[in-house]
Structure formats: C-alpha cells, structure tokens
Write a protein that binds this ligand. Structure first.
Ligand SMILES: NC(=O)C1=CN([C@@H]2O[C@H](COP(=O)(O)OP(=O)(O)OC[C@H]3O[C@@H](n4cnc5c(N)ncnc54)[C@H](O)[C@@H]3O)[C@@H](O)[C@H]2O)[C@@H](O)CC1
Ligand SMILES: [K+]
Length: 487
C-alpha cells in the first residue's frame, strides 16, 4: 500500500510556478481573478483578527497580485475600523476602484515607514511572483521591518523568500504569521523559509486541485496512518515481520541497541540483534524482548536472511572492519529492505559508486548533513533538491535528516517538518533507522515506512524537556503509535 490518495492531494506542496498554473486553471474554469483575490483577502482578515487585537496596521504592497491582496485587506480592515496605513511600492497597483473606494486617504509615502513595537505590519510586497533578488526601495522597507519590533504577518510568503527553495533573495523579514493559499509551498519549510515564515496558515480559496501540480508532499499521518494498522490475522510473530539489526563490537554497541529498541516497538513481530561476541554478550544482558545472536562472519546474517528476516538495519555502531563490510554486502545481496545508516554510509565514503552499485530500490540511506556531503559530494541547492539528486545518483531512497527532513526516491519526495531541537541528540538517528527498518519488516512500502518513521520519531520528541535523551525515544514512540492507532 502506498500513500493514501486523497491525503496526497491535500498534503501536496506546490512550487510558485505550479501554484500559478493552478490559479490559471481555476480562472479559466470560470472563477474571476478578482474573486480569488477577494477570498484571499478575507482569509487573511479572518486569521489576522483571530490573532491580533485592534492596533495600528501598516500594509506594504508590492506591484503584483501579492500587493493586491494587501490592498483588498486594507479595505476590509478599514471598514472594520482598524487604523490602516498603506505603503505602496508602485502606485500602479491601485486601479480606479481602489482610488474611488477611499483607500487613497490611507496612503503614506514609503519614506515614512517606521515600524513600531505594538503595531502590525502586513508584508504584501512579493509572493509567488518574486523572480529576482530584492533591491532598492523594497529592500530598504524589508530591512527596516526586519530590524523592528513590530509584529509581522506575511501574505503568501515573507517577501524575499523563494517559494520553491526557501532561499532568501536579497532580503526577507521574519514573519510571526504567514497566510498562504490553497497549499503550502516548499519554500515555507526549506532553508531560511522555515524560520522566517513563522506560524503557517493555509487558506482554501477555491483553487481547483490537480495532481500534476504536486512537486512534493508535506508529511502527515493522513498519508500513511492506514498502513500502520496491524492486521488482526497476523498472529504469528514472524508473520508480523522480523528485523535483523547488525551491531558492532562491545563498547560501540549503544547505537545499534537503540536501533533495535526502536525496531522492537515498531509493530514488527521479532527483532534479532547480531553483533561480534563482545557486543552480543553485553546486548544480551540489556535486552529481554530482542533476540541476540553472536556474529563471527556474514554467515550468521545470511542464515537469518535465508530464514525469517524481512528487513535489515545496518550501520549504527557497526564499525568499519572486514566483518562490517562483509555483512553490508550480504545484507544488500539479500534483496531484503535495508536501512543503511552511520557506518554503513561512511564505509564507502571514498568510493561511493561501489556502494551505489550494490543498492536497490528497497534500500533507504539515512544520512545527516555530514554523512550526506561525504557520500554525495558536489550536490548543492536546497535540501529537497539535494535529496532528490542523491537518490537518483544512489539508485535508492535517501532520507536527509534535519529540522526539515527530506525523503526522496519514492513516488513523490516528502518533507517532514514536525522535528524539534530535542531530536539533535546522540542516538536519535540510530533510533530513526531502527524504526524505519521495523516498519519495512512489517511489509510497509519503503517510502511509506520512511515517511511514517520520520513523523513518529519526531512526534515522540515533542514536548521533551532538557533531560531528554535518545534512551527515552523508544517508549515515547510506542506511545505515539498507540495514539495513532486509537485516533
Ligand atoms: N494568481 C491568483 O489567482 C492568486 C494569487 N494570489 C496572490 O498573488 C501573488 C502572486 O501574484 P503575482 O504573480 O502578481 O506576483 P507577486 O505579486 O509576487 O509579484 C510580481 C511582481 O513583482 C515584480 N517583482 C518580482 N521580483 C521582484 C523584485 N525582486 N524586485 C522588484 N520587483 C519584483 C514582478 O515584476 C511583478 O510585477 C501570490 O503570492 C498571492 O499573494 C492570491 O490573490 C490568490 C489568488
Ligand atoms: K509577501
């Protein structure tokens, strides 16, 4: 089972180009552009009033339709008795109806723009139509805004953010709230765009959805919750999946043990931890539910592969010796779903093409930034496009970890955004690898397993206090899975 179809439509991320195509399609279908602008302005008005008490509002309007949203909002706020000042970058944005509607009296020269604490500034300078770095007068306005203590509500995107990549083109001011339309844009979650967008609201303005528009998915349980349900008929432990976790020698075993613990709460029926004797003996004293087998060569792993293993997690704490590389080869030759993390990624960092030659489409590589740049040198751009290029280069799925995690190689790339700073802790990545492996062992498709695990793993760290560490993740993951199952 792949992602849930209807949820895919709702969770679609649209690049500004795709959004403009959707706008055009909707307009061609009979909805006048003025109606769309009016709906957009009403949505902003509603969200603005829900979050701010009446106060002076300055609206910065750009030369395109983003500015028109701002003008229409000015009319609504003015009508509702809010004190509004309009700063237009280009007077041309006003047409006859605006000039006759009394908006003229709200105008103030841009030179007078002095954003003050306690006031609200609506940033409606540029949205989807931004096509070059911001300079000149617009840049001055944005820099003044960025330096101020005023509250900021951005229309569609903080002006200056590239909606496709999240990159700042010239300048951008941090918004407290961003109101965008129809669907979120990748730029709301990538690069600086994530921080600068603040709280994101997506308003429905009646744009006609179309699957061709989708360039990526915004991760959400709606996409995969069904896939996590454990079927009643799966009564035998091995029928529910059996994860082999390859660990390392004694003192390095913690990482793989974390992976095994996560696998064991994933809903898989059984987990076997394989490690050289020193690691296995210690692990056996730590685990009850996880089976432990000593590893003298790749044969023990092969035996498990020929037996009931249905997925393999390999790399955390594994080391770089001959045994490690023989086990990695055996794991990849098995054709079973495999999660490659940590040492499995660095083992081949000098000869990545050798590793890529062994991978198949049920392999998932889970690098953090450092591992990624060593394994995939020379890839630049935003996190999403780098993950996509890396996946194409490797011939496998790539999950690039970060505050926004990008997953590429499935039917559509996925951005996971519920991560928090708590996850930046030792052992967190090992836990994620184990959870993905557990889901894949259950027969869940790799792209679904990766997306579900990224979300569940991040959710498990939500609300964590300063004393949080990765040891606490597995029980919290179990709790998140329980909540999902009963919701
Ligand atoms: N198209 C639609 O149906 C809808 C669009 N909406 C709004 O319309 C916006 C898109 O409108 P537009 O396509 O007119 O685009 P924008 O309003 O984002 O900006 C385009 C204008 O800005 C100029 N420009 C671009 N980059 C610049 C820069 N760095 N410095 C100076 N000038 C620059 C362009 O030459 C053009 O005149 C969306 O962001 C959204 O706010 C909403 O009203 C909802 C409906
Ligand atoms: K804007």
């Amino acid at each position: 089972m792949g992602f849930e179809r209807e949820a895919m439509q709702r969770q679609a991320l649209l690049t500004p180009d795709a959004m403009q195509a959707a706008d055009r399609r909707t307009i061609a279908g009979g909805t006048p552009v003025g109606t769309l602008v009016a709906r957009a302005a009403r949505a902003i008005f509603r969200i603005l009033r829900a979050h701010y008490t009446r106060r002076p509002v300055t609206i910065l309007c750009g030369p395109g339709q983003n500015g028109e949203d701002g003008l229409m909002l000015a009319a609504l706020l003015d009508e509702a008795g809010w004190p509004v000042t309009l700063n237009l970058l280009d007077a041309g944005v006003m047409d006859e109806s605006d000039t006759s509607s009394g908006l003229m009296r709200l105008l103030s020269p841009t030179g007078t723009f002095r954003p003050e604490a306690g006031t609200l500034v609506v940033d409606a300078l540029f949205g989807a139509g931004l096509n070059r770095p911001i300079e000149g007068e617009a840049r001055l306005l944005i820099e003044k805004l960025e330096a101020s203590d005023a509250s900021v509500l951005a229309v569609d995107l903080p002006s200056g953010i590239d909606g496709r990549t999240g990159e700042v083109l010239g300048a951008a001011a941090k918004a407290d709230i961003t109101v965008s339309f129809h669907r979120a844009k990748p730029g709301h979650f990538l690069g600086e765009g994530r921080r600068l967008s603040g709280r994101l609201f997506i308003a429905d303005i009646g744009i006609v959805p179309h699957h061709d528009d989708t360039s990526a998915l915004h991760n959400d349980p709606a996409l995969w919750k069904q896939s996590l349900a454990v079927a009643d008929g799966d009564t035998h432990k091995y029928a529910r999946g059996h994860v082999a976790v390859v660990g390392g020698p004694g003192l390095k075993g913690g990482a793989a043990r974390l992976a095994a613990r996560a696998a064991s709460v994933s809903g898989a029926g059984a987990v076997t931890y394989l490690a050289p004797l020193s690691g296995a003996e210690f692990a056996a004293s730590q685990f009850d539910a996880v089976m432990v087998k000593p590893l003298t060569g790749p044969e023990e792993l092969r035996t498990l592969i020929d037996g009931t293993a249905s997925a393999i997690v390999i790399g955390p704490g594994m080391g770089h010796g001959r045994l490690a590389s023989e086990c990695l080869s055996a794991a990849l030759e098995s054709g079973l779903p495999c999660v490659l993390d940590a040492d499995a990624l660095t083992l081949y960092e000098d000869t990545p093409h050798v590793l890529f030659g062994k991978l198949h489409e049920r392999c998932i590589l889970t690098p953090h930034e450092g591992e990624f740049s060593r394994l995939f040198p020379g890839l630049d751009g935003d996190r999403l496009s780098r993950a996509k290029k890396a996946s194409a280069r490797a011939g496998a799925m790539v999950l690039l970890k970060g505050s926004t995690t990008a997953i590429a190689g499935g039917i559509l790339p996925v951005l996971n955004t519920n991560g928090s700073a708590a996850l930046a802790t030792a052992g967190s990545g090992d836990t994620l690898a184990g959870l993905i492996g557990g889901f894949m062992a259950r027969g869940i498709a790799p792209e679904v397993a990766a997306a579900a695990a990224a979300w569940v793993h991040a959710e498990a760290a939500q609300g964590a206090g300063p004393g949080f560490n990765a040891d606490q993740l597995a029980p919290r993951i179990a709790a998140v899975l329980e909540r999902l199952a009963s919701s």
